[in-house]
Design a protein around this ligand. Sequence first.
Ligand code: PLP
Length: 364
Amino acid sequence: MPLNERTLLGPGPSNPYPEATAGLAAPLLGHLDPEFIGVLERTCDGLRSVWGTANPLTLPLSGTGSIGMEAAFANTVRPGDAVVVAVNGLFGVRMCDVAARYGADVVRVDHEWGRPVDIDRVLAAHPSPAIVAAVHAETSTGVRSDIGALGAAVRSRSDRTLLLADCVTSLGGMEMHADSWGVDIAYAGTQKCLGVAPGLAPFTFSERAWEHRVAAPPVWYLDLDLLGAYVRGGTGGRAYHHTAPVALIASLDAALRRILDEGIEAVAERHRAAGARLQEGLQELGLELFAAEGHRLPQLTSVRVPEGVDSAKVREQLLTDYGIEIGAGAGPYASSVWRIGLMGANARLDRAELLLAALGRVLD
Ligand code: PLP
């Protein structure tokens, strides 16, 4: 057992909701036990609620957020398909890599890191791509992009292009309306704003995406047809595919209950208020925020390391003296930016004040 408790204020994992921890410790059920099937169905319903979708194929995939990215491309890309990827940070870069491995002809639309996705440039990149992909909440930079506006733009041009959104850092922390935004495929992770340990990738797939899906994708484990036969059942009942991670699903179910009981709007407002206080307090300390104003995520704040300050030493001191974890920057900003998360159970004013007080002392 780890000896030290940490306050996890990095880019994830975050400290889980107490309900999620209790869910993890509940008596283990078999993955075909009728009682567990009830838990699974409620989990899928809860995911539909937080995502704002009626998609029947909405489920927690076994694996971290990246498995969601993998499943998204594995089930939709045919060799030679044009896939436009909006890149404004590390996870956009990763989408290009994953899409290319399934044979996509990737059209990469690079943006300055710290800026949101430019919809006109994305649209101009290709006249009729099979997929347009973008990251809703870019964890590497702390930037939010307008997926609703991107969806409206993509949809107004073609009914054939699928819109894929990475929602790893947004789901559970921001209001989402996947259906009315025109999102066809989306994935998330449990360890951020959903307030659960890492290990599941909530996933949703529209009817339109289903019509365009790849039959028998190259990765058996991520074949949505086979997964659907377990999660949704069918005329022959539920078919075993792989052993579902029952404890993690029970934990996600408990966290979703907690979020829905509090109310999706109230949870989003809690994230907004905590993030706003943190960003205001960091500027009061004389620090400069990295992400473009007006496009900052409340749940993940990127801040520039002041000139002459050793980024790693500050993070180490926060961890050893205060038990607080924050993140280094990503990619080219590894040592010049810090990333501070107030996600899920940590999206609270007292966590913002705690971090500000500790960081203020370390920098003093
Ligand atoms: N996409 C985004 C936006 C992320 O922030 C992350 C993880 O931080 C991922 C994808 C990959 O998720 P995981 O590390 O859970 O596999």
